[in-house]
Design a protein around this ligand. Structure first.
Ligand SMILES: [Mg+2]
Length: 248
């Protein structure tokens, strides 16, 4: 009797598992019956040149060593600039009836200020948790490495193409089943903040950072990045790359 009960229980569990698995694998991308694209954009160094905002952040005595994102999110209107060519791309997609979402790894505290700034600069309503999402990285408890979780939103929103400047944007797009497009960083950002980017010109060469400046130039000129992503060449690098002349 006991054995039969266990068999029933296992059968029900198995059926439940099959049901959930089939739901997960058959969920369609959002309204693909009309051939409409869902396009995602990162914020920093993709839509916004925000380096000056990050450089202006005051010390955070409440949490030393951690950026005060309440301050960052409420000061884009003072220090950040929309990257004109990316704004054109956003308007290009919207004008053709495609949907546009923004996903940033910034924490969402005071996120409504960023939404208001983007609304004003881009000229259409951008609302937190509607078309602007905050998705901070999460730490793997085993390795201690902080990983992107943007792929969860990329999947949930049914994003087909995702534009971002960081390695983690490309990883998120690939894991989330979207086509990854690398937005080439402004050289000033690359010099000030180049971690999490294959053109890391600050950290020493290592297994985790094997690409030289010359490799970086080759990738950009070839239009493909190390993850197989497409390159969106906002900035046109001549040879040698501006600002890189001292590197050899
Ligand atoms: Mg970025």
């Amino acid at each position: 009797m006991q054995t039969r009960k266990m068999v029933y229980r296992h059968t029900i569990l198995l059926l439940g598992l099959v049901f959930f698995t089939s739901c997960a694998t058959t969920t369609p991308k959002s309204d693909d019956s009309l051939g409409r694209l869902v396009v995602g954009f990162d914020i920093d160094d993709t839509i916004l040149y925000s380096e000056d905002n990050f450089l202006a952040v005051p010390p955070n005595p409440a949490n030393p060593g951690h950026l005060d994102y309440a301050w960052v999110n409420s000061h884009d209107s003072v220090y950040s600039k929309v990257i004109t060519d990316m704004a054109k791309l956003v308007h290009f997609f919207r004008a053709q009836g495609h949907s546009v979402y923004f996903i940033t790894a910034r924490p969402g505290v005071n996120g409504e200020y960023l939404a208001r700034f983007l609304t004003r600069e881009l000229g259409f309503p951008i609302v937190m948790d509607k078309n602007l999402f905050f998705s901070p990285k999460e730490r793997d408890p085993k390795t201690g490495i902080r990983h992107t979780v943007k792929h969860r939103l990329i999947r949930e929103l049914g994003i087909h193409v995702f534009y971002g400047d960081s390695d983690t944007d490309i990883v998120a797009a690939l894991v989330g089943d979207a086509h990854p497009v690398r937005v080439v960083r402004d050289p000033k950002s690359l010099h000030a903040y180049s971690r999490n980017h294959f053109g890391d010109i600050i950290s020493e060469s290592s297994v985790a950072n094997p690409f030289t400046v010359d490799d970086y130039r080759k990738f950009i000129l070839a239009g493909v990045g190390p993850y197989g992503e497409t390159i969106f060449p906002l900035y046109h690098f001549e040879e040698p790359l501006p600002g890189f002349e001292t590197e050899e």
